[in-house]
Write a protein that binds this ligand. Structure first.
Ligand SMILES: [Zn+2]
Ligand SMILES: [Zn+2]
Length: 304
């Protein structure tokens, strides 16, 4: 299960209504932060998130609206005495920002900061959860989208069947739930397949904030529970969307449909969509193709 908090939902520059696009994903005591524009660390505080739980920061690309808050956030972690290592993932060139910040503005990271520059593939694997990335189609520089996915979980344990087979409650229950065969006191062997249902797929979500509809995004979004996707423009500005490497709300909906996503969250709105009426226009445009769609707003929370 993932707990998603939208820290920012706007494009290009912060406004009084929206910070620039950034999303925190919590899972079992770890938080993955996706993008870190100006003000992200303040949004983090407003959302009541704990810095100690931060496990990794994944940066989609080095346009300012996705990275201008990174150095400040890393500095704050150091000032608060962080010792836990931190993983920083992003496209080629991200490491330079850290290097220059250390040389120029005195960034200090007294914790181990592991920087991974990637152009695709698995970047983090931990505790039954994988973060992977793919190159997207955005203008100007390498841009990544991310997918966070839990490993398959064992099927449900059928207590009544287990008791019926003569398995006593206690450690043997646990062994069967872990997929181990057990031997009962009378010598009978019980196989986990006798008491476990079919394996259950884990939660999955994809984050593609700045992109045209493309093959990379389609791979990341394949059958996810939640697709968070670029919706910078409405369809009447599809020329601008194409020119600037962004998507329209309708294109986001088409992507969710093509990928078999369960739920779509539109994000990264141009500041021209400030009024409720204009925002609803984006929503209706997407909903004409894909029903399970919502508009992101700052500090909203979603379970996946
Ligand atoms: Zn952007
Ligand atoms: Zn961008």
């Amino acid at each position: 299960m993932f707990y998603v908090t939208v820290l920012g939902s706007g494009a290009t520059l912060p406004t009084l209504q929206r910070h620039t696009t950034s999303v925190a994903v919590q899972r079992e005591g770890d938080i993955f932060l996706f993008d870190c524009g100006e003000g992200t660390q303040l949004q983090w505080l407003k959302a009541g998130l704990r810095r100690g739980k931060l496990r990794a920061i994944c940066i989609s690309h080095t346009h300012g609206d996705h990275v201008n808050g990174l150095v400040g956030f890393l500095q704050t972690l150091g000032l608060h005495g962080r010792e836990r290592p931190l993983t920083l993932v992003g496209p080629p060139g991200l490491g330079k920002i850290i290097k220059y910040a250390k040389e120029t503005v005195g960034l200090r990271t007294p914790y181990h900061l592991e920087t991974i520059e990637s152009t695709g593939g698995s970047v983090i694997e931990m505790g039954g959860c994988t973060v992977s990335c793919q190159l997207l189609e955005h203008h100007g520089r390498d841009t990544l989208g991310f997918r966070v996915e839990e490993a398959e979980r064992p099927g449900r344990f059928d207590v009544e069947t287990a008791l019926g087979l003569g398995v006593p409650e206690g450690p043997l229950f646990g062994a069967l739930q872990r997929g181990e065969r057990v031997e009962l006191p009378d010598g009978t062997v019980v196989d986990p397949s006798q008491v476990l249902g079919l394996p259950r797929s884990g939660s999955a979500l994809a984050y593609c904030p700045d992109t045209r509809p493309c093959e990379g995004a389609l791979k990341l979004a394949h059958r996810v529970g939640l697709l968070i996707f670029d919706s910078t423009y409405s369809e009447d500005l599809s020329f601008e969307a194409n020119e600037r490497g962004h998507s329209t709300a309708r294109e986001a909906a088409q992507m969710a449909l093509d990928a078999g996503a369960k739920h779509l969250l539109l994000i990264h709105f141009s500041e021209r969509y400030a009024s409720r009426k204009r925002l609803n226009g984006l929503l209706e445009e997407a909903r004409s193709l894909f029903l399970q769609v919502e508009l992101a707003h700052d500090l909203m929370e979603i379970q996946v």
